[in-house]
Design a binder for this molecule. Structure first.
Ligand SMILES: [Zn+2]
Length: 229
């Protein structure tokens, strides 16, 4: 598209910032400059890492990191809303790209890594048309070239409505929610589990405990966001 024509279409149909709804002119980005500056970044992997803290003592992991803090009505929630409820897959790819960049700071073995998006139930996939964690994994894969394992972990229980449950109830609800599809493809691998947002961590814990039953498997976690406690 000719740049001038692009700017003209922007004047007629300006992009709206995903968070504050201000108009964005002449940019192909989904956040305005102010919101970009105010992104609630978790920051340095090595310092006060809340994603590692939430999983300590629950399962052994290599590393665990989330890119943004999630809170009701904050910028992160608006981005995840776009990804999950408005078919704005570019927001998931962007999150994946940011996580991929962070991987350079994280000490990890380079070989035998695979990205494994947390699966959704068939019902949810049918409703949304895609798995948002898979979109994030695609963004990570694009920048890091780490392959994505497709269909290696299956969701066998529809356990996604847990908002009203407490932590123990959520954990019990999630136990045995997953099953391995192709064990041979995962054996001996460093699996990086990918999810959109961590609230209690029960879903990722259940995935990890299922995967850790396979010989010589190591599990790490990369997540778009973590809820502030
Ligand atoms: Zn904005």
């Amino acid at each position: 598209m000719h740049p001038l024509f692009f700017h003209l279409t922007q004047l007629i149909y300006p992009t709206i910032c995903q968070s504050c709804k201000e108009k964005i002119y002449g940019a192909e980005y989904f956040l305005c400059l102010n919101c970009t500056k105010s992104l609630p970044l978790v920051g340095d992997y090595h310092q006060n890492n809340p994603t590692e803290k939430i999983f300590w003592g629950r399962f052994p992991f290599g590393f665990a990191y989330s890119y943004l803090y999630f809170q009701k009505d904050n910028i992160t929630q608006h981005i995840l809303h776009g990804l999950k409820y408005q078919s704005k897959k570019e927001m998931g790819e962007w999150l994946g790209y940011q996580l991929g960049k962070q991987l350079a700071e994280i000490p990890m073995a380079i070989d035998d890594n695979i990205l494994l998006p947390v699966p959704l139930s068939a019902k949810k996939i049918a409703w949304r048309g895609y798995n948002q964690s898979e979109v994030i994994a695609e963004g990570i894969s694009k920048i890091t070239k780490i392959p994505i394992a497709h269909n290696n972990l299956l969701r066998i229980k529809n356990t996604e409505t847990q908002t009203r449950k407490n932590r123990l109830e959520r954990y019990t609800n999630m136990a045995d929610a997953f099953e391995i599809g192709n064990t041979a493809a995962i054996e001996g691998k460093q699996i990086i589990l990918v999810d959109d947002v961590i609230t209690t961590g029960a879903t990722l814990e259940s995935c990890a405990l299922t995967l850790l039953k396979i010989p010589k498997v190591k599990v790490s976690v990369l997540c778009g966001a973590i809820a502030t406690q």
